[in-house]
Design a protein around this ligand. Sequence first.
Ligand code: NOJ
Length: 764
Amino acid sequence: MQFKTAVLASAVTISMLSSCLEPILAQNTHRAKVVSSQDEAARFVEHLFARMTLQEKLGQMSQLAMNDYEAPVAEERIRNGQVGSLLFVTDPEKINHLQRIAVEQSRLHIPLIIGFDVVHGFRTIYPIPLAIASSWDPQLAEHVQSMAAREARSVGVHWAFAPMVDIARDARWGRIMEGAGEDPYLGSRMAEAQVRGFQGEDLSSPDHIMACVKHFAGYGAAVGGRDYDSADISDEQLYNVYLPPYHAAINAGAGSVMSAYMDLNGVPATGNKFLLTDVLRKQWHFNGFVVSDWGSIRSLTTHGFATDDQDAAVRAVNAGVDMEMTSHVYRDHLAEAVKEGKVQQSTIDQAVRLILQAKYKLGLFKHPYVDVARSRREIGSVEQHKAARAAATQTAVLLRNEGNLLPLKNDLGSIALIGPLIDSKPDTLGSWSLAGDVGATVTILDGLRNRLPSSTKILSTKGVEIDRVQPSIFDAQFPSPKPQMKTAEERKAEFEHAIDLVKQADVAVLVLGEAQNMNGERASRSSLALPGEQRQLLEAAVATGKPVVLLLMTGRPLDITWASQHVPAILNLWYPGTEGGNAAADLLFGDANPGGKLPVTWPRNVGQLPIFYARNLTQIPEHPETRYWDGSSAPLYPFGYGLSYASFRFGKLALSKDVVRAGASLTAAVEVENVSDRDGDEVMQLYTHQRAGSASRPVRELKAFQRIHLKVHEKQTVKLTLDTNELRFWSTQTHAEAIEPGTFDLWIGNSSEATDHASFRVEP
Ligand code: NOJ
């Protein structure tokens, strides 16, 4: 049914392009028939495959970046069959032009697959992935990525380098913003939802793209949170914490996987046979293809792993990397390596088959081109903006709201809007919004102007500037001027001006955090402080005695310990995306009610890192002061925490049974009542703890959750199912995964500190 719709939708494209497609269809009769089964895909590929030279096969295994170095030679290489894929081309006319060269001028007429970092939107930018995880709503994650897929596919991008499913427990790591946070269960639900969103049920539909799960595996554990550094992960942590989101994404049908940059336990991930073959292919039966990360094959020599470029190519392909991103050691060295017997011909053939099958499933042999007029209608459509605004309201996390300062009253005489991020379009989008429409972005200032009546005066100024010391690799993306270097006097005058505005206003909203280029790739930090003089600005604003709201824009938890004691209201937007300003206004004035929950434990300071809730119980846990003598070891805000303008009362927890067989399920039910005069969302979370077994198990582990919406005074019995298969874990003692019979604790509530408790037994 879905498939038929797709065919109909592309009928216009076919008729428009039929004149140029005819000769191609005639050259390859297989293209005339679109078939859906795996077997037929394989048959199609075999027929084509039989005619390929080794050089043409290596071409399919090579991806070229349309950057300054490669773009000038791209057309010639495509024509010569030396390129199977491109990245960093997003203009539909340009894509059609390059595709035409591949399809009409190369010997075998094989279409290109175009990849791009569609991380949290394409032109319309959605909240960053860490924010999407804060929604605790897999359906939202699915919807957002399906919207992103629609825009991307309309221009001819077929392949998203996303979702990034790396578990991250150290906020120094800049790429924490790209994933779903610290927890394998939440991470798995978000991973599979995003794959469904990108790929839909039919990859050949004009609305879907192939997912690429990255970065396999363990990148989030880079030592010290330093980007690209090695990760040392025990098998226990690898199987129980770092791999589950990958496994979930692959079970959801992810078409491709990207290898990682770092060493895992001393072996570079891109040359790691254990990861790429033993786990991925043999244990999980993955049948898509693996692409390297940018230049990560050639850098196997940098790691002190491969002796030279040829050795790097040999090790990567033998480990299981099918396509090389950007460097060209495959193209330059694999033919020779096959001749010398260092690589089996069958290894190359297998890689090429997988790549061609992916192109086939994407429908590229039948529909290689895009309808440029259609892409103009899709890009930045009203529907996209609506979805982006809704997503940004559902992902914000209310961290503090003393005296119900929020939502703000509608009849304010004046509001001071202060901070370096109040009117910055790039920073509202956040990192990894490479094709984002900066111009269409609604900043916080825009959002308040749109929302407030003319009777409310908005007094706005930055107060302080923030800038990253070292430039970011992505700076060129945003043409906005860098902040001018101001003299000390000018800076002082600006600071004082801001505080004067706070004094004049009824309420002050300070928009503080990090510039977008302070997190993402190559954007790790050794501090979690608010950059620049933002903390001083906040303290001075609070010292005026005016009510102050802190709106955070950040890609990582920051050190806001002072604010958590002195600023009455703190609302974390993360980076909210294109419609961020409108969503912020919706939330500030109560048109929307925050319901997000933290997908990461929020530390008090950088010294607590890495920090996560699912730690093991060890010696005298009831005395946390034994952990650090110079400060608390408790987080500032726990995993799963977040407030609402509504309040909820929980009834008594009831389990459907207190003895359950391994492999069966039980239900935990609890009545939730909205006892406020506002509609709102709550996220019910179920945690378990195994009391004893072949290994110590974490104090709590998330095993089920559900976000619910309750109207004023509405009651609902929430039933969370605990599948005992979720209690399965890999044990260092047995070297195997099992559900271990015994006694378990269970808690249900609205954060990882839930107190409603019951216990149950699992029997063999
Ligand atoms: C390097 C990054 O690590 C990866 O996540 C990204 O997809 C590629 N560059 C392409 O931009």
